[in-house]
Design a protein. Sequence first.
Length: 201
Amino acid sequence: MDVFEAIVSRRSVKQFDPSHRLTPAEERRLLEATIQAPTSFNIQHWRFVILRDPELRARIRTELGNDQAQITDASLLVLFTADTRAFAKNPERYWVNAPQEVAELLVGWMGPFHAGREWLQRDEAQRSIGMAMQTMMLAATGMGYQSCPMIGFEIEQLAQLIQLPSDHVMGPLVAIGKGTKEPWPKPGQVPLEELVVENHF
């Protein structure tokens, strides 16, 4: 599928075929595409929690997820999280294939740039989550599947349920699968002229 077609045709679908499953090869292809998303300093903060256990998904749906059907019915349910301290965890591996002088410069800069700036650590982790989510949803569209990003769940309780490490942050869920109902027309697009500012406000 043409990338522009994928961007325009991607919609948030709520109804999925509960009997459909991605093959292991499709799932790997989707995840391999997702990790092509960019991250600051190539830190790759993302940690993808694949929620596969049907009982766990049912519990999330009924107790934490406002009874949203896509939590149990989607072929794949991915919770996006990110490691805010990834910049300090073996940072050399992020630049192992770069020229030595480039690797030394960026690895040496990475720590001081993030140190003591917890707000930046969190912001960068969330930015990385956002770019990876969009990459996953566009890849799913290109593969002929539908998707739905979701934040309508009890974030703190789900973090406890999955035993989220203390130096990680929670992001949204993304449901992927075979949609069973055509989405309604796009509900409303703000005109481009209201969104683009040149040079300053």
